[in-house]
Structure formats: structure tokens, C-alpha cells
Design a protein around this ligand. Structure first.
Ligand SMILES: Cc1cc2nc3c(=O)[nH]c(=O)nc-3n(C[C@H](O)[C@H](O)[C@H](O)COP(=O)(O)OP(=O)(O)OC[C@H]3O[C@@H](n4cnc5c(N)ncnc54)[C@H](O)[C@@H]3O)c2cc1C
Ligand code: SF4
Length: 470
């Protein structure tokens, strides 16, 4: 096919992601987005202007050579596209599904200035899905370095660091507290956004590269960090244990029967399979009325999950306006299509009980936006006397998480900040030589790709440390 001129590329409209109908998915856990057809992918890739100074690359925390892999799709050379993509990203099937591209690569794509950016995330998913179906080994094992690295946690940060270190010949063991690797990718993000089978397949690719994953081991309990280095023979450690401790608002009624943290609710449903009803050993309450408090991805996942489990209405309560919601735009759109009720500018002040100690309603107060706060967003201010009750049997708190202190408290000399997050230098090294950290345990609740960026940077630093003692 002859190369298109930029003016011809500019005329091609952005290709839509095919989705399952809202009616079909409202009660089902199947994936909402179906993925591009090959024709849609080739057409979308032709919208890319192949900029010389491609801003999209700098917009990607793992620095994928976006114009190069997009150009390979346009030439219908999917093996080349996969090589380029996997060179910088060990989990593209995951990031192609859950990255907030609209605030990263697609936000800075030059085409966004005059319309829709190139669908970089959709194209990434397309290539990753093709590779999963058609490619077996993408990896030439390098000569072994003879050095061993322990990684704490198998979320995106830990898995990325493991993949990058194995490319450099180091023997890597990932220790995971749960029985299944993947971190939030398997226990938090639901099937209808990111099927567990996709995570399993990308984990399997890492195993084929020689990464060892040991589950059901809690570092800080089974072994301390000091034991890993002194008695278990590891030369360096990367800590990526996330920030999975739920935060509660501290309002009356949070100890009632029927109150969940979003993490507990989603873990029961996703990791333990409670969505299969009686087939699962782990139950979860289902009800006709559920209130979820929060405006991020976790809140959106919890409310859409409860909708699928029968909640009617499933109500999302958020204290700012819709514009300030931190959740990905696509998730908010999907939630609305599925019939989630949005109560914005509204905050829970109490959870009310029935005579048996079960939740019967959430008392809320209306809010208005005042002056900007430290985050730059306008501060929500309660409107006196505006309280009202939303009847419900389940209340799910989804306002954020913080660091679990188990590991940091059992590691003398490991410096943390006032929120319990580990402090690192520009190479992701902690206050203990040879111990590195990244992802949510350093940043607080952030994103998959930022955790991966930390894992990648730390792997380069660990490699330098092991080879040169730098
Ligand atoms: C419900 C939900 C939805 C989200 N949706 C999105 C989204 O759409 N897009 C996005 O970019 N981000 C999203 N995020 C945020 C994103 O998932 C996290 O920022 C990311 O997973 C952090 O990666 P991590 O590797 O630091 O930690 P995690 O993914 O939290 O993984 C840490 C792992 O360490 C294990 N662990 C903990 N302590 C120990 C220990 N002591 N010993 C051994 N193992 C331990 C944990 O069991 C876990 O498996 C979402 C988060 C949640 C909760
Ligand atoms: S900025 Fe947009 S148009 Fe330019 S190379 Fe990147 S994806 Fe293509």
C-alpha cells in the first residue's frame, strides 16, 4: 500500500472500540471491550503522523517506541510490532486494557490538538492479543550473571522489574503473599475490564523467561528482608508490595454488618470467584441496593461489580463534581451506560443500622465546590442542613488505600515518610544499600504504568549495582 500523505491521514476518523451492549453486560462479568478487528487496527494506525519529535513516547512512563510499533501495524507486520512493544513493556495486554492513556501518551499525541488522538492503547492491546495467540517465545536467554534478586510482590511493579532483570541474566524470585500472582490486576480489577486469563498469560511469559514466582509467602513474616539478603543468599531486593490497606472515612456506622472496604469486596468477587455464587467457597453479600463511596477506578469497579451482582440501584456517591472524578473516562461512561446512579457533590456522614445491626441506609450531605485545595482541585464544602438518606443494604468504602506497615516495621533502617511509604532516591534505592522499592508502596495509590515505570528503572539500577557495585 502506498504511504499516505499527512493530509490524507488527518482525514481518517478515530476507529471506535467495539463493545458489548450495556444490556448484555449489566449482569455479566465478560469483558466489555471486544478489541479491534485487523481492519480497524490498520486503519487506526494510519492516523499516526509518524512525528519526528514524537511526544507520545515521553508521555509513556515505560517509553514505548509508539510511532515504530504503530507503523509496523500499518505495514501489517505484526511480529515486528510485537518485538517493538515487548522491548519496552513486559505486560502490554494489561496496559492496553487499563492504562489511563487519555492522561498519558494520548493526551500529548499531536493529533489531540485538532480532534481525537491516535488510539494508542487500543493498538497496544491489539498487538499484545495477537502476540498471545500467535507467538510462543520472544526471548533469547542471556548468559546467567550468577546474581540473585528477590522481589516482594507480584503486582505490575514487581512483575516488570522481574522481566527486566531476567533480560539481563539475573536469577529472579518473586515472593507473593496471595495464592495467585498479579497483585491488584487479579484481586482488584474485575474480569469485565481485565480478564484474569490475560494476566495469567503475561505471567506465564515471564515464567518462560526463567522468573520464579513463589506464592503464599509473606515477606516480613515468613522471611524478613534481612533474612532474604543474609541467609537466603539474595544479592539485592526490590520491594513492590503495593498499598493495599483500606482507608475508611471514620464516620459512625462503619462497623455495621453490610459494610465492606472496596478491596475486600473486590477480592472476594475477583480473586476468590464469589461472582460464581454458590460454586465459590468465598461468599459475598448481594443485595438490591448498594452505595459505593468514592470517585476513582476502585469505586467505579466496585459499583459496576455490585450492579452485576444484582444491585438496583447501585449508587455511586462522590463529594466533588463529575469533572473532578479521578476514574478513567471510559469507566465512567461504561458505568453510566450500565445504569449506575451517580450522586455527585454529596458525601456520606453516617451509615444507619436496622434493629439487627445490618446496614439500612447511608446518610449523606450535599456539597458545593469552594476554593482549590493542595491538589489543585476545588475543595468540596458541606451545605448545612442538606442531609438526606439513601436506603441500602450494602455500603462499600472506596476512598483509597495506604501502605501496609507489616514489611516496613520488620525492616530496621528502612526509611519511610509520614504516610508509611518507602522513601527512595532517583534510582529507586531505599535507605538500605541493595534494597530498592517502587510502585504504590513508594507513591501511594497510583497507576499500573507508573508502578511498571518504577520496576523498569529499578531493574536498570539493580543491574548497575550488581555489576559495578554502583
Ligand atoms: C480496584 C482497583 C482498580 C484499579 N484500576 C486501575 C486502572 O484501571 N488503571 C491503572 O493504571 N491503575 C489502576 N489501579 C491502580 C493500580 O492497580 C496500582 O497502582 C498498581 O497495581 C500498583 O502496582 P504495585 O506493583 O505497586 O502493587 P500491587 O498491584 O498492589 O501488588 C502488590 C502485591 O504485593 C503483594 N504483597 C503485599 N505485601 C506483601 C508481603 N509482605 N509479602 C509478599 N507479597 C506482598 C500483594 O498481595 C500484591 O499481590 C486500580 C487499583 C485498584 C485497587
Ligand atoms: S504523537 Fe500521535 S501522531 Fe505523533 S507519532 Fe505519536 S501517536 Fe503518532
Amino acid at each position: 500500500m502506498p504511504a499516505l500523505k499527512p493530509s490524507e491521514r488527518m482525514k481518517i476518523p478515530r476507529q471506535r472500540m467495539p463493545e458489548r451492549e450495556a444490556d448484555e453486560r449489566r449482569t455479566a462479568f465478560i469483558e466489555v471491550n471486544r478489541g479491534y478487528t485487523s481492519q480497524a487496527a490498520v486503519t487506526e494506525s494510519m492516523r499516526c503522523l509518524q512525528c519526528k519529535d514524537a511526544k507520545c513516547i515521553a508521555g509513556c512512563p515505560v517509553g514505548i517506541d509508539i510511532p515504530a510499533f504503530v507503523d509496523a501495524i500499518a505495514r501489517d507486520d505484526l511480529p515486528a510490532a510485537a518485538d517493538i512493544l515487548f522491548a519496552d513493556n513486559v505486560l502490554p495486554g494489561i496496559t492496553g486494557r487499563v492504562c489511563p492513556q487519555e492522561t498519558q501518551c494520548e493526551e500529548v499525541c499531536v493529533r489531540a490538538k485538532k480532534g481525537d488522538p491516535v488510539g494508542i492503547g487500543y493498538l497496544e492491546r491489539y498487538v499484545a492479543d495477537w502476540a498471545r495467540e500467535h507467538r510462543r517465545e520472544l526471548f533469547d536467554p542471556p548468559p546467567p550473571s550468577g546474581r540473585r534478586v528477590a522481589i516482594v510482590g507480584s503486582g505490575p511493579g514487581g512483575l516488570t522489574c522481574a522481566g527486566e532483570l531476567s533480560k539481563r541474566g539475573h536469577a529472579v524470585t518473586v515472593f507473593e503473599a496471595l495464592h495467585r500472582p498479579g497483585g491488584v490486576l487479579v484481586y482488584g480489577i474485575p474480569e469485565f475490564r481485565l480478564p484474569n486469563a490475560i494476566v495469567d498469560a503475561e505471567v506465564e511469559t515471564l515464567r518462560r523467561r526463567g522468573v520464579e514466582i513463589v506464592t503464599d509467602v509473606i515477606i516480613g513474616q515468613t522471611y524478613t528482608i534481612r533474612e532474604l539478603m543474609r541467609t537466603e543468599g539474595f544479592d539485592a531486593v526490590f520491594i513492590a508490595n503495593g498499598a493495599g490497606l483500606p482507608i475508611f472515612q471514620g464516620i459512625p456506622g462503619e462497623n455495621l454488618k453490610g459494610v465492606y472496604s472496596a478491596n475486600e469486596f473486590l477480592t472476594r468477587v475477583n480473586l476468590m470467584g464469589a461472582y460464581r455464587g454458590e460454586e465459590s467457597d468465598t461468599p459475598v453479600l448481594t443485595s438490591t441496593r448498594t452505595v459505593v463511596c468514592g470517585g476513582g477506578n476502585t469505586a467505579m469497579d466496585a459499583v459496576r461489580t455490585s450492579r452485576r451482582l444484582g444491585a438496583d440501584p447501585a449508587t455511586l456517591v462522590y463529594r466533588r463534581s463529575r469533572r473532578e472524578m479521578p476514574a478513567r473516562a471510559e469507566e465512567v461512561k461504561h458505568a453510566e451506560e450500565e445504569g449506575v446512579v451517580f450522586e455527585v457533590l454529596c458525601n456520606p456522614v453516617e451509615i444507619l443500622a436496622d434493629e439487627n445491626g445490618w446496614v439500612r441506609a447511608t446518610r449523606c450531605i450535599r456539597m458545593e465546590l469552594g476554593e482549590p485545595d493542595a491538589s489543585g482541585r476545588r475543595r468540596p464544602v458541606p451545605i448545612p442542613g442538606s442531609e438526606f438518606d439513601i436506603p441500602c443494604q450494602i455500603f462499600i468504602q472506596a476512598i483509597g488505600t495506604r501502605a501496609n506497615p507489616l514489611l516496613t516495621q520488620t525492616t530496621p533502617g528502612l526509611n519511610t515518610n509520614k504516610w508509611g511509604n518507602i522513601i527512595v532516591d532517583e534510582n529507586n534505592m531505599t535507605s538500605i544499600p541493595g534494597v530498592f522499592a517502587g510502585g504504590d508502596i513508594v507513591r501511594g495509590g497510583a497507576t499500573v504504568i507508573l508502578a511498571m515505570g518504577d520496576g523498569k528503572r529499578a531493574a536498570a539500577a539493580i543491574d548497575a549495582y550488581l555489576r559495578n557495585g554502583e
